[in-house]
Design a binder for this molecule. Structure first.
Ligand SMILES: *Cc1c(COP(=O)(O)O)cnc(C)c1O
Length: 490
């Protein structure tokens, strides 16, 4: 149904010598760029007039799907609406025109904003201090694990090289531990989807640096045994890490710091509404207990009404932890802080309960047609194991593709790995009852189609600009630039 034929018929838009600008002759004579900074050959960039560029990007943007297009129940990703006021604040010229290297006395406003955000995050989480420096959730995990290593190092416990991660964890947890040079040990889940405390107890010894937990966990279930787990972990001398990417249902309801977590990261680009997807932009602040504050890579501090970005230069003979140049992703911080302040303390407390209500409402309405392996009250998200009636061979992939035809973004599929046909739904708190009811009706309709006309579902999508892509080929032979396409594929 793609009627944007222009973009389809003409693939190569570049023409030698075509330009979208004209510059007046300059009267400064020869430039004096040092030779080593000069290109040897002209950059191989497409050459286009302005209108072609505008059409190219406008057409691309229309082939995309975002929260601003429609319902986006992508489990574990918290694709919540980003209010326009966030964009207005981030676009204020006095924020936008800042340079990261300008003198501190000239950027007190942005430092005050960061200080306020740090403070809000400590109040929301119950931890003692935050750095806003990391650029993503996974980057926050890596930062947190580096802090944990440094903490054990200070105590002379360098033998602590293992990180315990639940089998239901987000893939970034074991990946971050491995990147940090730590050894990953998996702890099992019980049949009802919780961390198996007996299994955990047996794994704890003086080589364990940390246990990473997600709560609510990746199945959307609240881990009820955190106090016992925290006690066990601390008795063994290890630290308890909280993957706070799933903080949304807990906002203002309960605090990781009060539950015994020592280190955590937050995804501002999930819980705090700043937009994300396609790899950026993000911000993964890391919070710690007071005993670890001195290790944080950078924090904004206030002394006599003056704000300073304090970098950690480490103690004598120690390498300081550094996780990125400059202050971090400031635009994301502005949006998150605007979101927190515009909701305010009371409304922030409604986020979690509403997200939880929406998820449970969908789960209950659909469990007649979709297989619910763990049938209990969930938090902000839950996981189906595909259609209940699999007799026609319609898979989770088929259901997800068919949803695209009806104008919905697909839920997260084939994750978590605990089930074969995982379909993970997270509606967030923002959606109206009408939107949610329409989605439920659509899911029922697809289940009906799977019974009566399975081929329609198996060959979906039918209405999107691009049909079903070959995932395996795309992963094994990625074409990452248009040039590769034009030269290799003709
Ligand atoms: C999204 C997510 C992450 C990773 O965050 P990124 O910003 O994508 O690096 C980690 N853990 C959980 C539970 C998540 O949902």
């Amino acid at each position: 149904m793609n009627n944007r034929l222009y973009g389809n018929l003409i693939f190569e838009l570049s023409h030698k010598g075509r330009r979208g600008f004209t510059l007046p002759a300059n009267d400064f004579g020869e430039h004096e760029l040092p030779e080593w900074t000069q290109r040897e050959k002209a950059a191989a960039l497409p050459e286009c007039d302005e209108m072609t560029v505008v059409r190219h990007y406008t057409n691309h943007s229309q082939n995309n799907f975002g929260v601003n297009n429609g319902f986006y129940p992508l489990g574990s990703c918290t694709m919540k609406y980003n209010p326009v006021i966030n964009e207005e604040m981030a676009a204020l010229p006095l924020f936008q025109q800042l340079h990261p290297a300008q003198p501190e006395s000239t950027c007190q406003g942005v430092l005050q904003m960061m200080y306020g955000l740090q403070h809000a995050l400590t109040a929301i989480t119950g931890l003692s201090a935050f750095t806003l420096n990391p650029f993503a959730g996974a980057h926050g995990e890596l930062t947190g694990l580096m802090l944990i290593r440094a903490y054990h190092h200070e105590k002379g416990e360098d033998q602590r090289v293992k990180v315990i991660v639940p089998d239901s964890a987000h893939g970034t947890n074991p990946a971050s531990a491995a990147v940090c040079g730590l050894e990953v040990v998996e702890v099992k889940s019980t049949a009802d989807g919780m961390v198996d405390v007996d299994d955990l107890r047996a794994l704890l010894d003086n080589e364990v640096a940390a246990v990473m937990m997600t709560n609510p966990n990746t199945l959307g279930l609240f881990e009820r045994q955190i106090p016992e787990i925290a006690q066990l972990v601390h008795e063994s001398g290890a630290l308890l890490y909280y993957d706070g990417a799933n903080l949304n249902p807990m906002l203002g309801v309960c605090r990781p710091g009060d539950m015994g977590f020592d280190v955590m990261h937050i995804n501002l680009h999930k819980t705090f509404s700043t937009p994300h997807g396609g790899g950026g932009p993000g911000c993964g602040p890391v919070g710690v207990i007071s005993a670890m504050e001195h290790l944080l890579p950078s924090t904004v501090v206030k002394e006599d009404d003056h704000y300073t970005l304090r970098r950690n230069h480490g103690q004598e003979g120690q390498t300081p932890i550094s996780v990125g140049a400059n202050a971090g992703n400031v635009g994301v911080m502005i949006r998150a802080y605007t979101y927190i302040l515009s909701l305010g303390r009371e409304n922030l407390k409604m986020v979690g309960p509403l997200a939880t209500l929406n998820a449970n409402y969908i789960k209950e309405a659909l469990k007649d047609d979709y297989l619910l392996p763990i049938d209990t009250v969930c938090k902000h998200e839950f996981v189906f194991d595909g259609l209940k009636d699999k007799s026609n061979g319609v898979t989770t992939m088929d259901v997800a593709k068919r949803l695209l035809d009806y104008g919905y973004h697909a839920p997260t599929i084939y994750f978590p790995l605990l089930f074969h046909e995982s379909l993970m739904i997270e509606p967030t708190e923002n959606e109206s009852k009408e939107t949610i009811d329409a989605f439920i009706a659509c899911m029922h309709r697809i289940a009906q189609e799977a019974r009566t006309e399975p081929d329609t579902v198996k060959s979906a999508p039918h209405n999107t600009p691009i049909g079903r892509v070959d995932d395996v080929l795309a992963a094994k032979h990625p074409i990452l630039t248009y040039r590769q396409m034009t030269t290799e594929e003709g």
